[in-house]
Design a binder for this molecule. Structure first.
Ligand code: FAD
Length: 463
């Protein structure tokens, strides 16, 4: 089968690239998607009788109400809020100082004590912003920045310090401060450009309806909105990409061959770092070097359903922390009572090594660990066993190999640019190629547009 452009992957970036190409008159497209759905890492799933988000959940980077932003509106927010009217809730973390639990079964920490820790950590972050003003070669890790301003050689070591540190860093980047680059994250371009609010999408249509909305603007749909366009082919896992000066041939796992003038590879950085897809000839060293240097982080959202609620609800209770002497052990909890009153569901977030460990054990084991933590947090309550648990496994999934990219220390702007650069007729997109917003849904959306523009230019030059 022949097309002008083959897009590999139907996540946000691949679908966004397709729309940009279509708008430019390139409609001879073929989108090959390995799974049986579009949306990629934006994915709803049924849990305990309702739809929850196992991947992206927040629109990050939204202005405060009344704050003038002119053109700087997060494009995903425009679709979520204005076009689709998805139900969202602004997440407010102002009260975590009064919601931080001890691991020794004595309940909550003193609010003022936790608040002081947060204030100190905020001060260090602010000073870190100054480092970003220096030349790129002066970049240091977030942990080095902490040493610099706090003189804590090993980083925070007490349970409260560690959980606050985790909340301020790992909860956003899914990797610890010793890994993350200060210059790429302090301040965070997403918040500077679009605003500091984050909105939790809690809509039964799912966050993925944003991807369907964009796809529906150029792919044929049936009366119910399902995509029926033959240019989108599901269950087509690409195995091999052969490229030459004249064309590209793509081979799928089921033995089919597809030919095109150009290919747009939108699979995750984790997939590119694995050997799922073979390139022939192999990608040049400058390309693989840049791909292997960047990080694919792991962020896991575990959902637990209970026969009854035993945690406090009401204003200022949504997010609560477990301060463990083991950093990153079931640290950040969220109840969904605001979003779904009476649902009795808790969401706990785990990252990095803890995610990898948990992905490899049984859900029963994970449930037992989470129950032990909850019983330590609420020693005076009757805490029943969860009746249901959902543990996503993004890292083990060969079509993702992690959750989103994180900018590690040691990669400069030039090296980062190489990740998104085409190799002959092979073009690349994905959140990990976004100029300023890697790791986010809006990053994937904007990267798709940007990479398509490069391809369009390439095609024009060849005319
Ligand atoms: P993907 O969505 O990975 O799309 C690539 C597509 O390629 C996939 O559909 C995949 O199936 C397909 N594919 C892979 N291999 C092959 C192959 N061999 N052949 C054919 N197809 C293939 N972002 C936010 O903005 N806010 C959040 O709250 C947030 N939270 C997150 C939480 C989690 C748990 C995860 C996993 C992600 C989160 N993100 C969040 C990040 C966001 O989801 C991603 O940045 C974005 O969705 C990535 O889109 P993409 O198109 O780059 O990649």
């Amino acid at each position: 089968m022949k097309a002008k452009v083959i897009i590999i992957g139907a996540g946000m970036s691949g679908i966004s690239a397709g729309k940009q190409l279509s708008d430019a008159g390139i409609t001879d497209l073929l989108i090959l998607e390995a799974t049986d759905r579009i949306g990629g890492r934006i994915r709803k799933t049924e849990f305990a009788g309702m739809n929850i988000e196992m991947g992206a959940n927040w629109v990050e980077g939204v202005a405060h109400e009344g704050e003038a932003r002119n053109d700087d509106v997060n494009p995903i927010w425009s679709i979520v809020n204005n076009e689709l009217g998805l139900t969202t809730f602004c997440s407010n973390y102002d009260n975590i100082a009064s919601n931080t639990y001890n691991e020794d079964g004595t309940g909550l920490y003193d609010e003022d004590f936790v608040k002081r820790t947060i204030d100190e950590a905020n001060e260090v972050q602010k000073k870190g912003n100054k480092i970003s003003e220096r030349p790129r070669s002066d970049d240091i890790s977030v942990m080095a920045m902490q040493r610099f301003f706090e003189h804590t050689p090993y980083g925070p070591t007490k349970p409260v310090d560690m959980v606050i540190d985790y909340y301020m860093n790992d909860y956003e980047f899914a990797e610890p401060p010793r890994v993350t680059s200060v210059q790429s994250t302090h301040p965070l371009p997403t918040f500077v450009k679009f605003g500091e609010n984050v909105y939790f999408v809690a809509d039964q249509r799912g966050y993925e309806s944003v991807v369907h909305y964009i796809a529906g603007q150029y792919l044929e749909t049936d009366g119910l909105g399902a995509i029926v366009d033959p240019r989108l082919m599901l269950n087509k896992a690409v195995q091999e990409i052969t490229y030459s000066e004249d064309c590209v041939t793509v081979k799928t796992e089921d033995g089919w061959l597809y030919e095109a003038e150009y290919v747009m590879v939108s699979v995750s950085l984790g997939v590119l770092q694995s050997n799922l897809i073979t390139f022939s000839p192999p990608l040049p060293e400058w390309k693989t070097f840049s791909l292997y240097q960047f990080d694919m982080a792991v962020y896991t959202k575990i959902f637990l359903k209970f026969p009854k609620r035993f945690w406090p609800v009401g204003s200022g209770t949504e997010f609560f922390l477990y301060a463990s002497s083991r950093r990153g052990y079931y640290p950040i909890w969220q109840h969904l009572e605001k979003e779904y009153p009476g649902c009795s569901i808790l969401l706990v977030t785990i990252t990095d090594d803890e995610s990898r460990r948990i992905e490899q054990q049984s859900d029963e084991q994970t449930k037992a660990e989470a129950m032990e933590v909850l019983r330590k947090m609420f020693p005076d309550r009757d805490v029943p066993d969860a009746t249901d648990i959902f543990v996503p496994r993004w890292w083990s999934d060969k079509f993702f190999r992690g959750s989103f990219s994180n900018w590690p220390i040691g990669v400069d702007g030039y090296e980062y640019d190489q990740i998104g650069k085409p190799v002959g007729r092979v073009h690349f997109t994905g959140e990990h190629t976004s100029e300023h917003y890697n790791g986010y849904v809006h990053g994937a959306y904007l990267a798709g547009k940007h990479s398509a523009d490069i391809l369009i230019d390439h095609a024009k030059r060849e005319k």
